[in-house]
Design a protein around this ligand. Structure first.
Ligand SMILES: *Cc1c(COP(=O)(O)O)cnc(C)c1O
Length: 439
């Protein structure tokens, strides 16, 4: 890249380049990133910010991890891409084997997708093709949870909270079936009434439901809700009884974000299909996967058509697969669960006192995720001040001031993040904000 004119670049960005969930008319400020290393993002002016958001929950091992960068470099010298229709390659095969070895027993068929949303679409289409092949073509919808989030493409939107960020597009979305958001918190006392809405939903629409989809234990982007694992055990039983598939979306919660490798391990139950993404490549390339049981794959293959009808252009991109293999090597090389436990205890100790602040409604921590639910978010100017003063990148949304730092964050990093959150939580509520809805 030649000499980059910073001022001109930022001006052009403001007027011509859309950012996520942002207006092009008087857009919120963006910072120019120049480099990143470890837990920090370096700005064009040389300042560094701790990435307390792991760049949307992906950067598990830290930014630009040398082992992952080297794997991408090595792969790029051989094969950057080849169509997956009619070809295969070593990184895809090796990654599939690795994922199968980590997935719960029986989940051993892998479909590679290019983003989390697409892997959810794929899971839903698998469920529908599965029911067709079993002679139940009427089962062409899914049941999902209020408060859930499964992505921004149309099928994934239609499975996300119907009153959440996608409400604008209600008329172009297929209507699926929704149960109430689970309300018994993780660590709380289980109450069977919490499952009654799901029971009712499934009873009423039994002949139309192919599968139930949820984010196990941790509803992320639409609710920041940690719920009781018993919910998942009830759900497994219900799906078995009704011949419905169970889909766990582990895109946010997987790879130790809540402690164990998979959030479903809190419940000790496995799904028929699961989706993984985000931290799969450690935040170095875009890649996701849908992992299905042999039973699901074989049933689909016994139907008409026997082919599973999906195939993205960049399916199983070799660079992304190589990055993911290197990321899985890092997960295997040290004890991430222990690291996450250390982050969890530190956040719990540091943030618990905030519960008494006038603008704080709730404080909750699970694994390497800390959430301070404000009564109302502080003003944009306070958010900007806290980011700059503490050198900690935070991106509050809805009423949530939260951190999901890299899983390798040391204690000093966690303490700095907690201090920034504490400062922000003590600020008065700001005016309502437009648009900046999503995380
Ligand atoms: C982020 C997310 C998705 C969507 O992934 P993209 O890569 O943004 O398409 C789906 N499900 C969950 C639970 C997520 O957190």
């Amino acid at each position: 890249m030649g000499e980059f004119d910073l001022a001109r670049g930022i001006a052009y960005d403001r007027t011509h380049v859309w950012h996520p969930y942002a207006s092009l008319k008087d857009p919120p400020p963006v910072r120019m990133a120049r480099a990143a290393e470890g837990v920090e993002i370096e700005l064009a002016d040389g300042r560094r910010l701790i990435d307390a958001v792991s760049s949307w929950w992906c950067v598990a091992h830290g930014h630009n991890h040398p082992a992952i960068v080297e794997a991408i470099r090595r792969q790029s010298g051989r094969l950057c891409h080849v169509m997956f229709g009619g070809f295969t390659h070593a990184p895809a095969v090796e990654l599939a084997e690795r994922l199968v070895s980590l997935a719960p027993p029986g989940l051993d068929r892998v479909f590679f997708a290019d983003s989390g949303s697409i892997s959810v679409e794929v899971a839903a289409k698998m469920a529908v093709q599965y029911q067709r092949a079993r002679g139940r073509p009427g089962r062409a919808k899914l049941a999902a949870l209020k408060g859930g989030y499964h992505g921004d493409t149309s099928l994934a939107m239609a499975l996300s909270d119907p009153d959440g960020m996608h409400v604008l597009f209600r008329d172009i979305m297929t209507r699926h079936f929704f149960a109430e958001k689970p309300s018994v918190p993780f660590g709380g006392e289980w109450n069977a009434a919490d499952f009654s809405s799901m029971l009712r939903t499934v009873d009423e629409h039994e002949d139309e439901i192919a599968a139930v989809i949820c984010e196990p234990v941790f509803q992320a982007a639409n609710a920041m809700n940690f719920y009781h694992p018993q919910y998942l055990r009830e759900l497994r039983r219900l799906c078995d009884e009704k011949g419905m598939l169970l889909v766990f979306d582990e895109i946010a919660a997987g790879f130790h974000r809540t402690g164990p490798r998979w959030a479903q391990e809190h419940a000790g139950v496995a799904p028929d299909i699961m989706t993984v993404g985000k931290a799969l490549t450690g935040g170095h390339m875009t890649l996701a996967a849908t992992i299905a049981s042999g039973e699901v794959a074989e049933t689909i293959s016994g139907g008409t058509p026997s082919a599973f009808m999906h195939g993205p252009t960049y399916m199983a991109n070799p660079l992304a697969c190589a990055a993911a293999i290197a990321s899985l090597d890092l997960f295997a090389a040290s004890d991430y669960a222990a690291n996450v436990q250390r982050i969890e205890s530190r956040f719990k100790a540091a943030l618990a006192p905030l519960a008494g602040l006038p603008n704080v409604a709730d404080v909750r921590v699970l694994g390497a995720t800390a959430v301070v639910e404000a009564k109302s978010l502080p003003a944009r100017t306070d958010v900007e001040r806290v980011i700059d003063e503490h050198g900690v990148w935070l991106r509050p949304f809805c009423n949530f001031i939260y951190a999901m730092p890299p899983l390798v964050s040391d204690t000093a990093t966690v303490d700095r993040i907690a201090a920034a959150i504490a400062d922000l939580a003590a600020c008065p509520p700001g005016p309502p904000q437009d648009g900046d809805f999503h995380e």
